[in-house]
Every structure is written in structure tokens, then in C-alpha cells.
Design a protein around this ligand. Sequence first.
Ligand SMILES: Cc1ncc(COP(=O)(O)O)c(C=O)c1O
Length: 394
Amino acid sequence: MKKDPISLMKPEVVAMKQQAIFAFNARAKSMDHVINMTIGEPNFPTPEHIKEAAIKAINNNETHYTVPEGNHQVLKAVSKYLNKKYDLDYDPESQILTTGGVTEGVFSAFNAILQPGDEVLIPSPSFTIYGPDAKFNKATPIYLDTSESNFKVLPEDLRQLLEEHKRIKIFMFNYPSNPTGVSYTEDELRALADVLKDYDVFVLSDEIYSELVYNGKHVSFPKLLPDQTILLNGLSKSHAMTGWRFGIVCGPKNIIAQINKIHELATTSISSISQQAALEAYSNGLDDPIAMRKKYQERRDVLYAGLKKIGFNCPVPDGAFYLFAKIPENLNQDDVQLANDILDEECLAILPGSFFGVGGEGYLRLSYAASIEDIEGCLTKLTDYVQLHSQATV
Ligand SMILES: Cc1ncc(COP(=O)(O)O)c(C=O)c1O
């Protein structure tokens, strides 16, 4: 008798579970009149001039493969942009790669670096793909719980883990952070770079929210540790372009060349049309994020104040568009149960903190990439829920 074809497949892939976020969202979508505060993408359209550039590219038959790293005109525009925005100095001919979003950038970089038995250090709670990407490469994620340090990595904790785990090859860093919105000052980053420079580890710095910083200026990690850092960024959040799948990976020349080999196997090259859209965004759309950032900040302030009023405390987000709220003591502390109850009773979708891993237990993540009406509706529903369910704390 022939075998079940599934038994011919990689066991670690078959064993992978669908991310809990997708299942939760599918449930929310199956219900009527739900206010959805889980969405991790801008609710603005892509700016008109970028859409026009893409339409022009199609009409001009810019519809063919490009070289794997990306059209060199685009790479030059990326290089100029990174220099102007973050004072970085990447050679467009050899130090920049275009990828299908940061998602593919992480995948290709992990594939090029990790060997079975290696370890990946991931500050937690964190964006949900890093751990599974590490495991897919037979590496072990080592989670650094940041919940006791205001969701920031402290240099002494970083050093301790690097001392304890000699097989850490990658420090997977992300700031401003999804899910907490926390970012770092230049001094804090410098202190981390001072530790990392003593170890043979790469820093993969996911700075996809770098244009959505509300206080101060974003300092890019490769500015502080250029030889060890692989920068990941893109247009998904800054220019409301999640569907275009445009990302960049930048770093030392010989490292980028290796990652490009994996990227080439995975995709040949990313969409030529998205590349032309990116050329426009990086050349003429430097100020596009400003108006969106202003709106996010207004929404953040409304949501933060409203949550505080009903007993949810959270760090004031420095950037991105998420609030990571601690569940008040008088509510059910099981965040998964609580989020499900809120969905069922109030038709309000908010993600449980533990979906984002170690350190997220007892929290809820709310995205304020939502309309102000939805934010106000969310606060009304949460207020109702809290009034009905508060237990007297003894
Ligand atoms: C921290 C972080 N990195 C990367 C991504 C995905 O970026 P991209 O659309 O460029 O693949 C997200 C999306 O939510 C994110 O939150």
C-alpha cells in the first residue's frame, strides 16, 4: 500500500502550527459587527504618486525579471535615502539587497547564517516569525524576557545570555517594537553595541517601524556596529505598502553576497513593478510618513488615555502603532481567555499578549492603526466589559 504523502514531507514542517494570531483573527472575521484592533498594518492607502509610478512602470513594460539584488537604480535610491535619513553609508552596488518584505529578509538571512544546533537570541515578547524561522533552520530560539525591564533589553542581561549560550549566532533585534511600541535612545543602543562587539554574533536589526517614532529621532543600529549588523527595513509601514512586498537587507559586502544566494533561489527577484514604486517612494516620498505619523500619534494618545482611565497600564509607546496593556488585577489574568471573552461578549478583537511569546502573559496588544471611531468604540466596549467583570481584589 502506498504511503500517506504527508509522511514524505519534512516532519518539522508538518509539526508547525498555524500562528495563533491567524486562528484568532479568523474567528473575529467570522463574527458580525466586530471592532478589530488586531491589525498590524497601516489603514492608509499607498500615496498617490507611488501608485502612479507603478502604473507607469506597467505601461512602460517594466514587467520583467530584474537582477536578484534589485534594479541598480532602485538600490542607488535606497542608499541615498538611508544616508539622508539615518546617516548610513551603504554601497548600492554591493551592500543592499531588495527582498519580499522584511519577512523574506529574515528568512533568507537566517537560512544563510544558521546551522543545526545554533541559537538565536530573541528579546521577548516579539514579532511572531522570528522563533519559527529559527526552528525551521534547526536552530534554538533563546528568549530574553524583557517584561521586568519595561520591555527593553538591558546590556547586563544581554551579556549574561551571550556568556551562557556560546552557540548564539544571531541577536534578533527589533525597535520600535512590535508588540510593545518601545524604542531605544542612542545611549541605550550604544550600551548594547558595546556588549555585542565582544562576541561573534550577527545583529539582525529589524527597523521596519523606523519612520514611526514619536519621540526623538530613530538611530539605526548599523550606525553603531556596522561590521556585525544586518539591517532589515522596507516600505510596508512607513509608506503604507504592505501589499507591495518590498523590503531591504543591508550589511557588509561579503555577508550580503551570501544572503543574495538564498534570495535568488527563493524568488529570482522581487516584483519589478514594486521596485519602480519603491524607486518613487525612496526618491520623492521622503516626507510621506509625516502626515500618517501625526495621525497615529493622535490615536495613540486617545487610546492610551482611555485605557489608563479604565485601569489598563502600559508603557507609552515610543513608536510603531501598538499599545501593550497590562491586564488590571481585577480582571481575569489569563490573557488568552480574557481576549476570547472580550471577543465573544463585546465583539471587540484584541490580541492576547502571550501570542507574542515569553513575557507577554497577562497583557493585551491593541493596534491603533485603526480609525478614531473604532478606537472610541473599542474604549466604550472595554469600559462596559470592565464594569461587568471587575472582581473585588482582596
Ligand atoms: C517587527 C516586524 N517586522 C516585520 C514585519 C513584516 O514586514 P514586511 O511587510 O516588510 O514583511 C512586521 C509586520 O507586522 C513587523 O511587525
